[in-house]
Design a protein around this ligand. Structure first.
Ligand code: S3P
Length: 173
């Protein structure tokens, strides 16, 4: 059984920060599909969107998901839109625990809207972000567990995930 923990959720939900902490705590490796796409193309995500467009980004993201799906006991952070693709969802849930990090749009904007690294947030009004988040929610709902991240430090969220997956983690050893 692959036995990975897969973090899904909207931009700014803390997947990368929480994932790193959780991986360190468990002594597992940490994988991040956005980073893998960036390394593969030698460009930051925003440049990939600007030069090649979102569709191209999604194709390379699919390859990254296929690669992380072969991992064993890793914490995997996915890009917020990775679950829009059904094939990705199948690969990510197979033998793994999927955790949805939930976030309110205002919090997502506060955490992720400050820098310009996320093309889908650029130039958007708060109400557009809220609408995008609402459209995304059904795609995150397949997760095994949901964790509310609002008002919580990343370390507290990581602890909560570990606690929620205690029995499953014990079953792996
Ligand atoms: C995206 C989320 C981003 C990145 C890209 C598209 C999305 O990742 O993959 O900008 O469609 O939600 P994060 O969720 O890590 O910000």
């Amino acid at each position: 059984m692959p036995g990975n923990i897969v973090l899904i959720g909207f931009m700014g939900s803390g997947k990368t920060t929480v994932g790193r902490l959780l991986a360190r705590d468990l002594g597992w490796s940490f994988l991040d599909t956005d980073t893998m796409v960036e390394e593969r193309l030698g460009l930051p995500v925003k440049e990939i969107f600007a030069r090649e467009g979102e569709e191209f980004f999604r194709e390379v993201e699919k390859e990254a998901v296929a690669r992380v799906a072969t991992a064993r006991q890793a914490v995997i952070a996915t890009g917020g839109g990775a679950v829009l693709c059904g094939v990705n969802v199948q690969l990510l849930r197979e033998g793994n625990k999927v955790v949805w990090l939930q976030v309110r749009p205002e919090t997502a904007l506060k955490r992720a809207g400050l820098d310009d690294s996320r093309p889908l947030l650029q130039g958007r009004e708060p109400r557009d972000i809220a609408a995008l988040l609402r459209r995304r929610e059904p795609y995150y709902a397949f997760a095994d567990i949901y964790i509310d991240t609002d008002g919580k430090e990343a370390a507290a969220v990581a602890r909560e995930i570990k606690e929620a997956l205690k029995a499953w983690l014990e079953s792996l050893t």
